[in-house]
Design a protein around this ligand. Structure first.
Ligand SMILES: [Zn+2]
Ligand SMILES: [Zn+2]
Length: 105
């Protein structure tokens, strides 16, 4: 018997993801809908949209249909800056790669 990660009831949990178990598919969905990681991801998508929408690439100044949102200080090392608009640059995919290569070198 396992504990459902959502309702915390002990029951048969046929659904699992990683180490988490869920008694039903609904509880699995509900759990991840309210999961901080999921919320962060959704906010990040909106945030990135806001940063890159109608913005030219910070390197080449050209506008592209698909723009990347590049974090100056990576989300991994500076998680608190992930939604700081001073920490992001709109970049075209070519210069995003260029940028990533230059910061990791
Ligand atoms: Zn449950
Ligand atoms: Zn560019």
């Amino acid at each position: 018997m396992r504990k459902c990660a959502y309702c915390l009831k002990r029951s048969k949990c046929p659904y699992k993801k990683g180490k988490k178990h869920f008694c039903s598919k609904e509880h699995k969905t509900l759990y991840y809908e309210n999961d901080i990681k999921t919320l962060k991801k959704q906010i990040q998508i909106e945030f990135n949209k806001m940063i890159t929408e109608n913005q030219p690439c910070a390197y080449c100044g050209k506008r592209f249909v698909k723009m990347d949102c590049s974090h100056i200080l990576s989300r991994g090392s500076c998680d608190h800056l992930r939604f700081d608009y001073l920490n992001v640059l709109p970049l075209c995919s070519r210069h995003h790669e260029f940028f990533l290569a230059s910061v990791s070198a």
